[in-house]
Structures are given as C-alpha cells and as structure tokens.
Design a protein around this ligand. Structure first.
Ligand code: AMP
Length: 222
C-alpha cells in the first residue's frame, strides 16, 4: 500500500486541525502543520519566528521562501518517511508547485487532498470560540469540543489560550486570504484527480470514526 501523503485543505476554523490529529492517529503518521511550526518558532524567538511574527499578527501569509525552508526541514525528519498529513501547507498554487518539487527530490508525491467544505458564517462563529493548548497546540472549542477541565488541556495539562490571530479583524483578513489565494487549490488538485471533499460536521460516531471511514475509502487502511 502506498504511504499516505495527505494534504488537508480548508478555511481557517474549518476543523482542519482537529481532523488532522484524528487522521494521524488512525494512520499512525505525523501531522505537519506549518502554523504550529511557526508558533513554535515564535515562542522560541528563532530567526524564522522573528521574520514570521509581523505576517502572522496581520493575518497575512509568511513569504514562501521562509515557509518552504521550514517545511523542507520538517519533511526531512525520519518520521515523515512513513507518510504525513500536511495541515496548513500548501496555501497557494505557488506553494503547491514548491511542494511537488520538494517531494520529487526524494521520489515522493502527494497521494490525496482532503477538502473540508464549510460556510463563512459558520467559520466566524467557530473561530471566535476557539482555544489551543499553549504547550502542545491541541485545539479546543467552547461550543463543541470543550476540555474536561476549563482552561486545561486534556492531553498534556497545559494552559488553554486564544490565539492572537483569532481576533475578529484578523479572522476576516485570514478568510479573505483563504478565498483569494488558497481556494484555487481545490480546482488545482481536483484537476489532478486527487481531491476528496468532506463535510465539516462530525457524525454521531465521532471524528476518529469518520477519519477511519475516510481512510478506508481512500484505500489507506483495509
Ligand atoms: P494556521 O495555524 O495554519 O492558521 O497558521 C497561522 C498563520 O501562520 C497564518 O495566518 C500565516 O500567517 C502563517 N502560515 C501558516 N502556514 C503558512 C503557509 N503555508 N504559508 C504562509 N504562511 C503560513
């Protein structure tokens, strides 16, 4: 069976991160989220973090050369050799082309692109209630994904925080960027026969069961 090299596409707040975590658990492969990698760099005040900060605070995309170099490093780590779920990259057709080249260097290619479809109004309502763990970045939501104990991460006990870029003005900006720059990827990957579209709602059986069904449908597990 081919190694799953999956891209998750969806607007900010589409539930992409939560699905990525579940999918990775089902398939036993790492989640590679460029947003998380940037936040780690910001926290550790690395050179990448310093360059990226202004762009992230304004809800803009960090320049491609910075993002691609950071991703290249991550893809070169041994755990990524068994496959991966890319969450937050590519975010433009240009980045998709960069990714193709990067993977081709080691004879690899993307196997599937999963697009999570969701309305803008729903997105704004979701983003305004969103929290993440300040330590492990696990996502939570006041409406439908609460932690067992208020303000505390179920997974690692870290403090839950609201991301700076989840402020209303920044949310609107990020949505505009998604529509203008990222959405064309749906057509790009659909034309290559790689696209699978899913709904943003979770079934009664839960996200893990949904991701298991999807993995079977896409042929990643028997
Ligand atoms: P996310 O957690 O995926 O919403 O990403 C948070 C922020 O990190 C974005 O608003 C961008 O400023 C930056 N970022 C994440 N991924 C990328 C990417 N592929 N290209 C450029 N900037 C990115």
């Amino acid at each position: 069976m081919e190694k799953p090299r999956i891209i998750l596409l969806g607007a900010p707040g589409s539930g992409k991160g939560t699905r990525a975590v579940a999918l990775c658990e089902v398939l036993g492969i790492p989640q590679i989220a460029t947003g998380d990698l940037f936040r780690k760099n910001l926290k550790e005040m690395t050179e990448i973090g310093k360059i990226a900060k202004g762009y992230i605070d304004r809800g803009e995309l960090v320049p491609d050369e910075v993002t691609a170099a950071m991703l290249k490093d991550r893809l070169a780590q041994p755990d990524a050799k068994n496959g991966f779920v890319l969450d937050g990259f590519p975010r433009s057709v240009k980045q998709a082309e960069i990714l193709d080249k990067l993977l081709a260097e080691s004879g690899e290619k993307i196997t599937s692109v999963i697009y999570i479809k969701v309305d803008d109004e729903e997105i704004v309502s979701r983003l305004t209630g969103r929290m993440i763990c300040s330590k492990c970045q696990a996502p939570y939501h006041v409406r439908d994904h609460k932690p067992a104990k208020d303000g505390v991460c179920d997974k690692c006990g870290g403090e839950l925080i609201v991301r700076d870029d989840d402020k209303p003005e920044t949310i609107r900006k990020r949505l505009k960027v998604f529509h203008d720059v990222t959405f064309p990827l749906v057509e790009f990957y659909s034309a290559r026969g790689l696209l699978a579209e899913i709904k943003s709602e979770t079934s009664a059986r839960g996200i893990n069961a949904d991701m298991k069904d999807l993995s079977k449908k896409l042929g990643f597990i028997a």
